[in-house]
Ligand binder design. Structure first.
Ligand code: ADP
Ligand code: ZN
Length: 614
């Protein structure tokens, strides 16, 4: 490993060691070779191009599709004492000219460019006139049509290879199933030998998928019991739902803010900014929120609606626990999710080939939801890994679901769908099966059917779980109008004829027993285990000091220093700058900027306690 890389890691970024995978990639790129880096969100991809770029000299050019994030990334680099700038459509002509000049004079360590900007002739010409250390292609899955964020401009990025054959390219992404990977390699003309796959596992995230009964109440109770006062993200499918859910949470004492593309830009930006800078806020959002959000202490990501693919699910849940501390990914889903998402695909104006892909992805997501094996194993396998054993940190590991032989019940259900004319929703079907004499049943004469009352042995919840699973398996399908009526598919026939046995997952208790993990205190407390009251007091003081430093500079607290750093200060109590330098995250720039303030807190502590002993 090059000494230079270690020096930069310690002096600039203030880290002691590389994470698994980083050293190999960095070494490889420093030598001028291309790389495709596949690492989960929070894995530490940025260093994989930042350090080689600094070691090679020249400006590292980062292609980033998210304009909203460039500012953030540039701020972060400046915070550690590097010079960085961006070029995108939000810059005035004058400001862009300043950036160009800085680049041409070799003053920039890093330059962020939006893809459409990069591809402009003027930009490409500019890049040829100064030294580029490397190209980093962030969110590289955007080049894939199979992927979920396809950007046509990304296809043209192969121009880099042609125009700058000697400049290494580092493509990075957190989402890449095997097909996407292959597509990135081909489209960017990268050699498969240059692919680095880090384990996709996020062991500190606990995965849980629960049946949807009363989603808002379920969510509230999850937050109140396990995450009171924590920072979290709640994802909903529609804007309207975002608004109602965030209002509901506020009415119930949870500090929540809405975020979706229908809000005006100003408010949206304000909410994102507050989320980044404050602690203990819950943002309720559509998937418009979060690309590239690198807030480290998000303690939970909750999905009130099912995502349409495992890629989306993994990317969204990946925003939890980037600091490596325990975090939760909680999803509630039910029959309506399946019907709605299927309906959305069917009625979209995409071409058939695209729809087929979408359907396959949805089916994979459904299989995850209905899975009785370890969720993590299931997820990792989807991303091409082959983990051994079970994780012990997901709902199916903690509370293995029970199966039951549902052959007869399934026959009853399917026959009820058939006899009522294949157009009723699950509520009515269950009423018929359970023999309820509702108005609807009486006016339709459904009390005369042979299936009326033949299912009184199962309760409402059990029938719901059964209908949901039959729909997830594609045995029942939604009506074309999208009103929630159910029909039989071809697959129903052998079951109706009793030629095939079915075993299904048992319905969950309405109050899911969630016991393996003890109910937790707010984890801002839990993140650090205090040995004594002095530690706790000191930590609070350091936090306050960090907050003041952050407010003064108008940046989020974690940008000053992560909790890990504060925790280490409590443990080691450095008394001078020399010792302070070993705290994680304290690079030379931060040491200069913040070291003295933290020292003051640490030293005053010594004074306090000795005084109190006297
Ligand atoms: P992503 O892979 O999602 O882009 P980042 O590059 O943002 O992840 O890194 C995630 C977090 O991990 C950041 O806060 C970063 O500072 C931290 N990190 C990365 N590499 C190391 C390391 N070697 N030692 C300590 N912290 C690291
Ligand atoms: Zn598991």
């Amino acid at each position: 490993m090059s000494e230079k890389a270690y020096d930069i890691l310690r002096a600039v970024f203030g880290y002691e060691s590389f994470r698994r995978g980083q050293d190999k990639i960095i070494n490889h790129v420093i030598q001028g070779r291309d790389a495709l880096v596949l690492m989960p969100t929070g894995g530490g991809k940025s260093l994989c191009y930042q350090i080689p770029s600094l070691a090679r000299g020249g400006t590292g050019v980062i292609i980033c599709p998210l304009i909203a994030l460039m500012q953030d990334q540039v701020d972060a680099l400046r915070e550690v004492g590097l010079s960085a700038a961006y070029l995108n459509s939000t810059l005035s002509a004058e400001d862009a000219a300043v950036v160009r000049k800085q680049f041409l004079q070799g003053q920039l360590d890093f330059l962020y460019v939006a893809p459409e900007r990069l591809l402009m002739d003027s930009t490409l010409r500019m890049l040829q006139q100064a030294r580029v250390s490397l190209f980093a292609i962030d969110e590289a899955h955007c080049v894939s049509q199979w992927g979920h964020d396809f950007r046509p401009e990304y296809l043209k990025l192969s121009v880099l290879h042609e125009m700058f054959p000697d400049v290494p390219r580092v493509a990075l992404t957190a989402t890449a199933d095997i097909r996407t990977r292959e597509e990135i390699l081909t489209r960017l003309q990268l050699d498969p030998a240059n692919m680095f796959v880090s384990g996709f596992d996020r062991p500190n995230i606990q995965y849980r998928i629960v049946e949807k009964n009363a989603p808002r109440r379920q969510l509230l109770s999850f937050i109140q019991k396990e995450h009171a006062g924590d920072t979290g993200i709640v994802y909903c499918l529609s804007r309207k739902r975002v608004d109602t859910v965030s209002q509901w949470l506020n009415e119930h004492g949870v500090n929540a803010l809405p975020y979706h593309a229908g809000m005006d830009t100003g408010t949206r930006a304000k909410h994102q900014d507050r989320f980044l800078k404050e602690d203990g806020l819950v943002i309720v959002a559509t998937i418009a929120f979060g690309m590239g959000i690198d807030k480290p202490n998000v303690r939970f990501v909750a999905h009130l609606d099912m995502p349409r693919s495992i890629e989306s699910y993994y990317q969204e849940t990946g925003r939890a626990g980037r600091d490596g501390e325990p975090a939760d990914a909680w999803l509630t889903y039910g029959l309506q999710d399946i019907l709605l998402l299927r309906q959305m695909i069917d009625s979209s104006d995409a071409d058939e080939a695209h729809k087929t892909v979408e359907r396959q992805k949805l089916d994979a997501m459904l299989a995850l939801c209905e899975s009785v094996e370890c969720r993590r194993t299931h997820l990792l396998r989807y991303f091409g890994e082959n983990p051994e054993g079970e994780c012990g940190n997901c709902d199916t590991c903690i509370e293995p679901p029970e199966m039951w032989d549902a052959t007869v019940a399934v026959q009853k259900a399917l026959s009820c769908v058939y006899r009522t004319g294949q157009r009723y929703g699950v509520g009515h079907l269950i009423d018929v099966l359970r023999g309820k004499s509702t108005d609807k049943i009486l006016t339709q004469g459904h009390d005369d059917l042979s299936t009326f009352g033949i299912g009184a042995d199962l309760d409402q919840r059990e029938w719901r779980a059964l209908f949901r699973q039959l729909t997830a398996k594609g045995i029942l399908i939604g009506d074309e109008e999208g009103y929630g009526g159910l029909r039989l598919s071809e697959r129903a026939r052998p079951l109706l004829q009793g030629k095939q046995n079915v075993s299904l997952r048992k319905a969950q208790e309405s109050t899911p027993a969630k016991s393996a993990k003890p109910a937790r205190l707010s984890s801002s407390r839990e993140e650090i285990r205090f040995y004594c009251a002095e530690d706790e007091i000191l930590f609070e003081k350091l936090r306050r000091c960090r907050m003041e430093l952050a407010t003064l500079r108008g940046i989020p607290a974690y940008r000053v220093l992560h909790n890990v750093g504060l925790k280490e200060m409590v443990e080691c109590r450095p008394q001078n700058l020399q010792a302070m330098q070993h705290i994680t995250g304290m690079g030379s720039q931060k040491l200069k900027q913040y070291g003295a303030s933290f020292l003051q807190v640490l030293q005053s502590e010594g004074a306090d306690t000795s005084a109190s002993y006297r």
